[in-house]
Design a protein around this ligand. Sequence first.
Ligand SMILES: C[S@@+](CC[C@H](N)C(=O)[O-])C[C@H]1O[C@@H](n2cnc3c(N)ncnc32)[C@H](O)[C@@H]1O
Length: 214
Amino acid sequence: MKVITGKSIKDVDKNEIENFLKVYKKVEIDLGTGDGRYVYKNAKENSDTLFIGIEPIQKQLENYSRKSQKENITNALYILGSIEFFPEELIGTADKLTIILPWGSLLQSITNPNYEKTALISNILKNKGICEIVLGYSKEHEPNETERLELQNLSVEYLKSTVISMFKKNNLYLTEITSLGKGDLKSIESTWSKKLSFGKNRPLYQLKFKKMLN
Ligand SMILES: C[S@@+](CC[C@H](N)C(=O)[O-])C[C@H]1O[C@@H](n2cnc3c(N)ncnc32)[C@H](O)[C@@H]1O
């Protein structure tokens, strides 16, 4: 597993990470964390919980990982990875998984879900773990990306018939679905939620799931 701190990259093996995880009451993973602001902010406020940000673009992680090191925030980890190349050491470790304003193939994995990717999302969580997703796009404002990613119009009906049903097949049961206004994004401590809270209006949803094994 590749841990990023500023410009440096360190290989951490399974034993090391297991020992580290044991120190904390809870583990939260933020997939597609971008610059990791969400991890930094939440780690600062909740010292009992280990926050792990996973992001495929190394450069993105530099700033907040350096900031965390400088401020001695030891419960924040920034790791190189993606939904396609998810660090296997972290499978089954999360009490909570967040995916905030995904884009690219991460968004596609959720809105045009297939069994394997949804199974991975489920497998990241412990039993009774929680998955929270905030997503939104509009064909009007993002015509090229929505076409390239073959994204359908977002609606509660679409999410229920496609996404929520596939999640259920993988033991992730919907507990809440909320339609958000852009102002609602302000309370989420991530860079893109702040940006989009001042942006154009677009359909935005928050989905919460609980993993329940039989
Ligand atoms: C709009 S940004 C949101 C970043 C962050 N969650 C936030 O709210 O500020 C979308 C992020 O998803 C990441 N991403 C794209 N494809 C991904 C994939 N296949 N797996 C994981 N992350 C991915 C991008 O690199 C980018 O950082």
